[in-house]
Write a protein that binds this ligand. Structure first.
Ligand code: PGA
Length: 237
């Protein structure tokens, strides 16, 4: 089933999250038409973003690499699961770039997700410099290393998000998106339950052509997911 995940990043209040949920409920009506939706708000907004009718799932944007203990300011995967999350975004490029997260720490976060029963949405993607240097494939292979210890039988979502496409208004072409996802699918060919998302400046306008790219099972959406109307329009594509 196609999966559309709204990554709200550090936006919204409880009131605006509630208003979003009400509007999305009106957009979706009785059902999501055979696609799966998930909202990834900041932790304090999880309750406000929840759908009492269960038409969309909840995701968190990050989890701690440790299970429990004296880690002031951290939120564990078990806490996120307890708060109702089904998914956790792990390794978003903003976490990698601004908070210095990479391979070993991300492998630990994935392990914590597994212990807590959260499905990781593991993000990978090359920077503009890596792309210009012809290092896209090498970068993706290196980033996928964090999955080496993860059992192939577990459900997994991988989001290909070229760093240069995130928040830039310049999405990857359907060809580039498809090529990257086909490569990822080959590397992860032992996975039994794998969904591959694209992320980076997805809009209602480009959603249909990107979704037609080979191996594309949905999107991780930032800016365009802040409005319920445009998030729903993307999911309808
Ligand atoms: P964007 O963000 O849709 O605003 O480019 C995507 C993301 O960061 O997940």
């Amino acid at each position: 089933m196609k999966l559309f995940v709204a990554n709200w990043k550090m936006h919204k209040t409880r009131a605006s999250a509630r208003a979003f949920a009400e509007e999305l409920g009106r957009e979706v009506g009785g059902g999501t038409g055979g696609v799966e939706l998930a909202l990834a708000p900041s932790y304090p907004l999880l309750d406000a973003a929840r759908d009492p009718q269960g038409r969309w799932a909840l995701a968190c944007q990050n989890v701690a690499a440790e299970a429990e203990g004296a880690y002031t300011g951290e939120v564990s995967a078990a806490m996120a699961a307890d708060a109702g999350c089904a998914y956790a975004i792990v390794g978003h490029s903003e976490r990698r770039r601004l908070f210095g997260e990479d391979g070993p720490v991300l492998a630990r976060k994935i392990a914590r997700c597994r212990e807590a029963g959260l499905v990781p949405i593991y993000c990978i993607g090359e920077t503009a410099e890596e792309r210009d240097a012809g290092l896209t494939a090498t970068t993706l292979v290196r980033q996928l290393d964090a999955l080496v210890g993860d059992a192939p039988s577990r459900p997994l979502v991988v989001a290909y998000e070229p760093v240069w496409a995130i928040g830039s208004g310049r999405s990857a072409s359907a060809e580039d998106c498809g090529a990257a996802l086909v490569h990822v699918a080959e590397i992860l060919s032992d996975r039994r339950d794998l969904r591959l998302l694209y992320g980076g400046s997805v809009t209602p306008e480009n959603a249909r052509s990107l979704l037609a790219a080979p191996r594309t099972d949905g999107f991780l959406i930032g800016g365009a997911s802040l409005s319920a109307t445009s998030f729903a329009a993307i999911a309808r594509a």
